[in-house]
Design a protein around this ligand. Structure first.
Ligand SMILES: NC(=O)c1ccc[n+]([C@@H]2O[C@H](COP(=O)([O-])OP(=O)(O)OC[C@H]3O[C@@H](n4cnc5c(N)ncnc54)[C@H](O)[C@@H]3O)[C@@H](O)[C@H]2O)c1
Ligand SMILES: [Zn+2]
Length: 376
């Protein structure tokens, strides 16, 4: 195992809701020591992804036990389907069965699915219980565990039921990524890349150099990428916690991505980060068509996606893609303001901005071309 020296945690500055985000190796064995100072009673309600539990729960338990923390456990079946009303109800009832107090703390141990579900349960249980994030996927380490957005899905779309609820602490142990399936790792990389595309061209250039090493398991490259992404997210969230302005930039690639995910029924055909990366490509393609972005930047992005194994065309659907249905999703996406479509587009790599006046005809032409180009 590569041991990477611990660095000081990243601080997300939100007045009384501020918290630390630790990024490093071997944090699992230090979890008890790091968590204990936050607990009023030495008790924790651990909500774990079932796959992650099989691989890593024993070591987490040992670390909690060593710090004198008693843990209750609740397992969530792996997969996006767990961000549901039914699972939320089961989890909340399980917590309530332990007669929680206002200081009872939940720990989310898993990827974005468990983090979003646990965070939302924590937000509504007794009108707000404290919770801690221990993200175990690249995606959740660089994105979903930081910033306090929590949610479950509705039959009307993704993340439509949720709350802002900040965690008290985030522990991102990059060692845990060693057991993550390669495709999940690459998918999470889609969200890493997003930070370079938004406002950080030097980071995108760094990823062009170091992305392959990161994906192959080089610990220092992983730590640096996660650290850089978390700093970017913390900075954006600190400036705009409730997404009244610039935080919306983090949705680059998501309006398209959510439509693609919905049309593939949140299935294995397209993982979230893969959909976001495709969404980023579509946003850059749109920006080129609108005469805002040099074609060379779109091509550079496409080359990088291909180099790291991200999809660069829509996957083939048995029933075929339907442009109108894709278009209709934009209206259902939360990124609609005053009835107008809000898209994040770009003047180039690292120069994204929020646009409220993308012409419908350009969008339709873009969708038609991407649908035609679906991979066979
Ligand atoms: N709240 C936010 O701000 C935010 C931001 C981005 C994404 N999200 C949400 O995050 C979710 C996606 O998160 P994700 O990509 O982490 O998916 P996930 O939680 O479904 O995890 C992906 C898969 O990896 C497995 N896994 C997790 N950690 C593992 C490990 N260390 N070793 C082996 N297997 C492991 C899981 O069992 C699962 O099968 C989506 O629901 C998305 O909407 C939320
Ligand atoms: Zn995302």
């Amino acid at each position: 195992m590569n041991i990477v020296p611990a660095l000081s945690p990243v601080r997300l500055d939100l007045a009384e809701r501020s918290y630390d985000i630790h990024i490093g190796t071997d944090l699992l064995s230090q979890a008890g020591q790091l968590i204990a100072p936050l607990l009023k009673q030495k008790k924790l309600f651990v909500v774990a992804d079932s796959t992650v539990a099989e691989l890593h729960l024993e070591r987490l338990n040992a670390a909690l036990h060593a710090a004198g923390i008693a843990a209750e456990h609740y397992l969530v079946p792996s997969g996006e389907a767990s961000k549901s009303f039914a699972q939320l109800e089961r989890l909340c009832e399980a917590v309530l069965a332990t007669a929680p107090e206002r200081s009872t703390t939940l720990l989310a141990f898993g990827g974005g699915v468990v983090g979003d579900l646990t965070g939302f349960a924590a937000a509504i249980l007794l009108r707000g219980l404290p919770f801690i994030q221990m993200p175990t996927t690249l995606l959740s380490q660089v994105d979903s565990s930081v910033g306090g957005k929590t949610a479950i899905n509705s039959r009307h779309g993704k993340n439509l039921l949720g709350a802002f609820h900040q965690p008290k602490l985030v522990l991102a142990d990059i060692d845990l990524l060693a057991t993550l399936p390669a495709r999940e790792l690459v998918s999470g990389y889609g969200e890493v890349m997003k930070y370079g595309l938004i406002d950080d061209a030097p980071f995108f250039a760094w990823l062009e150099q170091n992305g392959p090493a990161l994906l192959e398991g080089e610990a220092e490259a992983r730590r640096q990428a996660v650290h850089h992404a978390v700093c970017a997210k913390a900075r954006i969230v600190a400036a705009d916690e409730r997404e009244s302005g610039q935080r919306a930039l983090l949705n680059l690639g998501h309006t398209f991505g959510h439509a693609l995910e919905a049309e593939t029924f949140y299935s294995d055909l397209l993982l979230h980060g893969e959909a976001v990366a495709l969404g980023c490509l579509m946003a850059f393609d749109l920006s080129v068509r609108l005469g805002l972005c040099p074609e060379a930047d779109f091509e550079r992005l496409r080359r990088h996606c291909a180099a790291v194994g991200l999809k660069v065309a829509l996957p083939k659907l048995e029933a075929g893609w339907d442009e109108q249905r894709l278009f209709d999703h934009f209206a259902h996406d939360k990124k609609v303001a005053d009835g107008r479509l809000v898209f994040i587009i770009a003047r180039g790599i690292g120069q994204s901005f929020i646009s409220r006046d993308v012409p419908e005809a350009s969008l339709r032409a873009l969708l038609a071309d991407w649908v035609k180009g679906a991979q066979s």
